[in-house]
Design a protein around this ligand. Structure first.
Ligand SMILES: [Zn+2]
Length: 312
């Protein structure tokens, strides 16, 4: 009798404890907010299961035009670390990101890049061109500020973060060499890349491609008739057979360039879009080739090289 009463007591205690654990142990991962999907990808690679990553701008979102939602403000106020790109990429999030929150680390991941490695912005003396991820060697140098902030927040996991960052960096640099070889398989006179906006200058500088965007470095303004005419003239003069759409920018303006090429110069140009559109300022959906940074730059480079190899 006593024995079975004891058994019952023990069982109910176990049940009770069991119940408590189904309520979930508190999530002890570091709550992190990243502005762009590119940064979120890097933080996940380095932080692994020690981080809970929220991203403000998901797949296909244009960072130049993005403004904060009430949901974003909530996410930001819950974060232990906020990672942002800087170099005015998040042009309209500036005020929200600058608001100080007690006890929170705010990290600009491009902060350690020497100015001499940065390309000028539109017009020369404004802010620098922010699209540094298109030179993988620069992107690899944006990882240390992430490692530092995670390690300060969770010193016990410092070695894990450093190991993960080292492995990721090596992978990035290996892909960089692979892309260099791929681009160099293209005859030099065919290395001319025309896209919706000027996101690919670092890509061009790294691999030796001449790049032109219909819009400037930011997508904040519309293309003028003059811009359309000039780009059409460039395509016709250089017999460039294709122009490339981007997943985060509407391709309406590019269609005007194609029309102008045909009407004024009798030069046919094909728009590379749809599934082949380039990932410029945002990653793709989770099941797409652009779901990760390495996937996106590989996809872009293959599409660019294949299309520029084809005859008009
Ligand atoms: Zn951009």
């Amino acid at each position: 009798m006593i024995r079975s009463a004891l058994f019952l007591l023990v069982s109910s205690l176990t049940l009770l404890t069991g119940c408590q654990s189904t309520n979930g142990p508190t999530d002890d991962r570091i709550p992190v907010v990243c502005t762009t999907s590119l940064i979120a990808d890097a933080v996940k690679r380095i932080g692994g299961d020690r981080v809970r990553v929220e991203c403000l701008m998901g797949p296909g979102i244009d960072p130049h035009r993005y403004t904060a939602t009430p949901g974003d403000i909530r996410k930001l106020s819950d974060a232990a670390i906020v990672f942002q790109h800087g170099l005015h990429l998040e042009g309209k999030l500036g005020d929200v990101l600058e608001k100080p929150r007690p006890g929170q680390r705010s990290v600009v991941i491009t902060r350690d890049l020497a100015e001499s490695r940065l390309l000028p912005g539109d017009g020369g003396d404004g802010p620098h061109d922010p699209h540094v991820w298109f030179d993988p060697r620069l992107w690899a140098d944006c990882l240390p500020p992430i490692v530092a902030a995670l390690s300060e927040t969770d010193p016990e996991s410092k070695n894990e973060f450093e190991d993960a960052a080292r492995a990721y960096r090596e992978e990035i640099l290996a892909v960089d060499r692979e892309l260099e070889a791929l681009v160099h398989s293209l005859p030099a006179e065919r290395r001319k890349l025309v896209t919706s906006h000027d996101a690919f200058r670092y890509f061009g500088a790294r691999y030796g491609i001449e790049v032109h965007g219909l819009l400037g470095i930011s997508t904040g303004s519309e293309a003028s008739t003059r811009d359309v005419g000039q780009l059409a003239g460039f395509l016709a003069t250089n017999k460039v057979p294709v122009i490339f759409g981007e997943t985060s920018v509407p391709s309406k303006g590019l269609k005007a360039v194609i029309d102008s090429c045909e009407k004024k110069h009798s030069h046919a140009v094909r728009l590379v879009g749809g599934d082949d559109a380039l990932y410029s300022d945002a990653l793709g959906e989770p099941d797409s080739p652009g779901a990760t940074y390495l996937g996106m730059i590989r996809h872009n480079t293959r599409v660019i090289v294949d299309a520029l190899k084809s005859r008009p």
